[in-house]
Design a protein around this ligand. Structure first.
Ligand code: XMP
Length: 519
């Protein structure tokens, strides 16, 4: 972190929703970082100089021996502290109160009976009101530390909200960071502004200006290359870099031949024609399709595409005389260190394709101007940079492209069929005004032919599966509940307009147990 804005520090105790706390703090116009609780010693915290500290929830029980604690300095530095769920409980025991194992769990929607005012509730919760919150806890505070008052109680938590306004310590058993606590974001804003006195000047306009300065300082008069994928992160990275260093930047677009209908033209048009950014469009379709000709195993397919991508990229970079830096659209969620209580390596579900590994191989420095940002902030920055809205709101698209949407062997014929079906599906989604409510939607071409009847003749063609999910981060997802008439209309269009498909099915699997992509 190297910016001059006020900072909030979030100490993570392993909650699934810690990133949401950071999102709410950022939305209040305040910069924050998430650190694992056990990597925050006094020197590091003091050097970071937070205006306030938030202790997250977590899966442990403070009643267990060796359960995690906040560093003591958190409570002696004179900065405001907000403990959420586990954070409230560890704060309670560290300040002399008592937490006991609850006899029943309180999970989901609950109501807080507001007993008192405090700085965090000002302008939001009146004494005597019942306020909706979202709870998820087993243990509960049974004796509060000296100096605290009870701001609110709930059925399962007699100390659902406690405060010591003088010391500026606050503890909530519920989760203000989730949308199911209707005033949650405003409560967090009261903490960052009214309690901590943050200026709220973390805006994308300020970020843009500072990032440009930082890029200029880092790069000097050296050359930078940036791999464009057509996605939001690499596009915003490229436009920001171009604004900072002009033609010292060259973009490389490796066209794998696995892109959707019209996609490569759009990318080339936007960057070359609209932004006048030097762009190399490497048409490597034949190379990729040749290499994939006989591969039907998903993991081998992914690995082959990843390796070929790196080779191609390196080759193009060599042809233009190399560069000193590689720019990447790495985001904050990619660099947050996570707290793990389970330990052990996790299994590889899919090997993701990206340009990781390139900088070491090519011996280049890294420019990662989006490292501090969440995805929604990258979109806001894209708007700030005047990028077209349809680019900014685009659904994510995987690096291996359509290859992982054609289970089994890929042929140019199958790719052409899939492109047409996918374009019709996306057009229907846009026409129905549903594009922005859906996280990702795409067609999949199955390696299965079925019998149908078209006119008076028998057909024997491929099955097309449609997929659409809602999600906040791609980690979990729900299938999208389209109205039947939408599905019927889209299926009819695909079968009528795409030769090669005679049956359409809709995938109603959520993640888990399914994944979003089919391979
Ligand atoms: P899964 O299929 O694992 O996908 O549920 C989760 C999200 O990741 C995207 N995805 C990828 N993105 N390279 C990427 O850049 C990849 O290799 C890759 N594989 C999956 C997927 O589209 C979804 O948004």
């Amino acid at each position: 972190m190297e910016n001059n804005h006020d900072h909030i520090l979030i100490l993570d105790f392993g909650s699934q929703v810690t990133q949401l706390i950071a999102r709410r703090v950022r939305e209040s116009g305040v910069y924050c970082e998430i650190w694992p609780f056990n990597q925050a010693d006094e020197d590091r915290i003091k050097a970071y100089n937070p205006k306030g500290i938030i202790l997250s929830g977590g899966p442990c029980s403070v009643t267990d021996a060796d359960s995690p604690r906040a560093p003591d300095c958190v409570f002696t530095m004179g900065v405001p502290v907000l403990g959420i769920c586990y954070g409230q409980q560890t704060m309670t025991v560290q300040l002399g109160g008592i937490v006991e194992k609850g006899d029943h769990q309180e999970f989901g929607r609950a109501y807080v009976d507001v007993k008192e005012h405090c700085t965090i509730t000002q302008g939001l919760w009146e004494k005597g009101a019942y306020e909706q919150v979202w709870m998820s806890h087993g243990d509960r505070v049974t004796k509060i530390p000296d100096g605290f008052t009870v701001v609110g109680t709930s059925k399962g938590a007699p100390y659902a909200f406690i405060a010591n306004d003088e010391k500026r310590f606050y503890g909530v058993q519920f989760h203000p960071e989730v949308v199911h606590t209707p005033h949650g974001a405003a409560l967090i804003k009261n903490f960052t502004h009214a309690v901590c006195g943050c200026a709220g000047d973390w805006t994308m306009a300020a970020f843009r200006a500072e990032a440009i300065e930082k890029i200029r300082t880092q790069v000097g008069d050296k050359k930078v290359i940036c791999g464009l994928s057509g996605g939001v992160d690499s596009s915003v990275t490229a436009v920001l870099l171009h604004e900072a260093i002009g033609d010292q930047l060259t973009c490389i677009y490796v066209d794998t031949g696995l892109m959707r209908a019209g996609e490569s033209d759009q990318v080339v048009d936007l960057f070359r024609e609209h932004y006048h950014i030097p762009l190399i469009h490497e048409d490597a379709g034949k190379l990729f399709l040749g290499a994939l000709e006989k591969i039907d195993d998903p993991e081998i397919k992914r690995k082959a595409i990843g390796a070929l991508f790196i080779d191609t990229f390196e080759d193009v970079a060599g042809r233009i005389g190399g560069a000193d830096f590689l720019a990447q659209g790495t985001l904050y969620p990619d660099v947050i260190e996570s707290v793990s209580f389970t330990g052990g390596p996790s299994v590889t579900i899919k090997s993701h394709h990206n340009v990781g590994g390139l900088p070491e191989r090519m011996n280049m420095g890294l420019v990662e101007p989006l490292r501090e940002l969440f995805k929604d902030e990258v979109r806001a920055l894209g708007r700030e940079l005047g990028m077209p809205e349809d680019f900014i709101r685009r659904h994510p698209f995987p690096g291996p492209g359509l290859a992982i949407r054609i289970p089994g062997v890929i042929t140019p014929e199958k790719l052409a069929i899939l492109r047409k079906a996918d374009a019709i599906y996306l057009e229907e989604i846009a026409n129905a005004g549903l594009y922005d409510t859906i996280w990702q939607a795409f067609a999949v071409l199955l390696p299965v032919k079925t019998v149908g009847v078209m006119g008076d003749s028998r057909s024997y063609e491929y099955v097309c599966a449609l997929r659409a999910v809602t999600s906040t981060d791609g980690m979990t997802a729900d299938y999208y509940p389209f109205p039947h008439d939408f599905l019927g209309r889209t299926a009819t269009r695909i079968i009528n307009e795409v030769r090669g498909i005679n049956r359409v099915v809709y995938d109603i699997t959520s993640k888990p147990p399914g994944t979003i992509e089919w391979e």
